[in-house]
Design a protein around this ligand. Sequence first.
Ligand code: NAP
Length: 484
Amino acid sequence: MSPDWRGKPRIALIGAGFSGIGMARQLLRQGFEDITIFERAEAAGGVWQANGYPGAACDVPSRLYCFSFAPNPDWSRRYAPQAEIQAYLQDCIRRFGIGDRIRYGKRLRQAEYDEDRRQWQLHFDDGERVDADVLIIGAGILSEPKVPTIPGLADFAGPVLHTARWRQDFDPIGKRIGVIGTGASAIQAIPELAKSAARLEVFQRSAPHVLSKFDWAYPSWVRRLRGALPFLDRLSYRLLQIGYELRGYAFHAQRWTLKPYDALTALQRWFAIRDATLRRKLTPRDPLGCKRVLISDRYYPAMQRGNVGLHTEAIAAVESTGIRMQDGRLLPLDALVLATGFVTSPFFSQCELIGRDAMPLSQAWRARASAWHGLCVPGFPDAFFLYGPNTNLGHNGIPYMLESQFGFVLQALQHRARSGRAVEVREDAMRRFDAEMQRRLADGVWQHCRNWYVDEQGNDTHNWPGSTWEYRRRTRRLDARDFL
Ligand code: NAP
């Protein structure tokens, strides 16, 4: 690997999920050859590799859930299942010719900027040290499973599985299974587990808003037509994107437009759940949109099966043979499923980044995590985040946001090559951006309940408060005035 900038900068990409795979392809296309992707798992796919629980599937239409430069006319359904998305990503690796650039089982422990040599020193868990001129972090937000702090959890005698670390050798047939959590992962896993479990006890802390999914399998002729007429495929992509963008308008601009959705979820609950007591328990108290709006046609039917119980009272403790409720009842269980989400605060806690002047990222982010357009942090030259702070969406597909970020990183590297200076965003540009994000998010719908977006200080460090088009426009051209 040559350290010469005019030659080939050594580029280290962290994570072989959507971010790392797409970024590698775009870098290669622009002639950046010296790329290594470091992936901590033994396989590529990021969240789509880790979340192999039964029923896992996309909750954004598959057509929006792929790269524009690698369309897939072959999706089997409107919302592709997890295995198909992972297969798509494997196929991308093959099509982009990046397979031999991925190093598996490489968990980054620390990355430190060497100012004299203007390079990053990466330290991996296995003791290896790697030098790189550019560090691109595509480690994802939803990668560290959150394990609840329930007394006695470690004493449970049976298997304890987190949805984000599913063990494929787990056989639910005939078992009494407890599921803690009723978020996006839980509502996909519950209908599948309920089919084979002897008994399923669901522990709900707060009820989610669930809308009908409108999912269907694509007949083979539709797939063939899409493959044969790419413009049709592109047209359907555009129409879907516009539709989803309009929906997003409700989240970040006109909250009153959420009201019809609210009425619709209530109507769907009324039709879907016969028992009034159960319906009351499954009726959300949080405003719609504050947590992710979930989509399923199978969740409410599953909750009405004879072998499924819903528990909304607080859990007192986990015991070796089951879960003890606050009212003293013990629910006997053979296995426990934690559908309790992810550690999302602090942002990027997987490893320590140490920038210029030995400044740790955790110190730079002591007030809150923030990066200029989610991409760059002052004091961290030639380092870029993909899907960084404030680039998450509640209303549309993330791949479009990622492609804006890929484009920006390419420009930054070209700027770097031209100017000979490390790419580092200015403090004042960062402050302006951060102030704008906080102002626009202050009264956002996400502020009105407990969710994974807002930290304990009340800062929403995750969501983008505008449209994906606004984000594209703002990252389309690098303005040298924003950089040192
Ligand atoms: P989540 O939305 O954070 O849900 C976690 C669930 O666990 C919530 O019901 C939460 O209750 C409950 N919980 C957490 N700690 C608990 C505790 N100590 N005791 C009892 N209950 C507890 O996590 P997730 O379902 O894994 O989804 C996270 C995100 O992943 C989603 O928002 C979405 O962005 C993404 N996702 C996407 C898909 C997809 O289809 N593309 C599928 C799954 C996930 P409270 O609500 O009361 O906090």
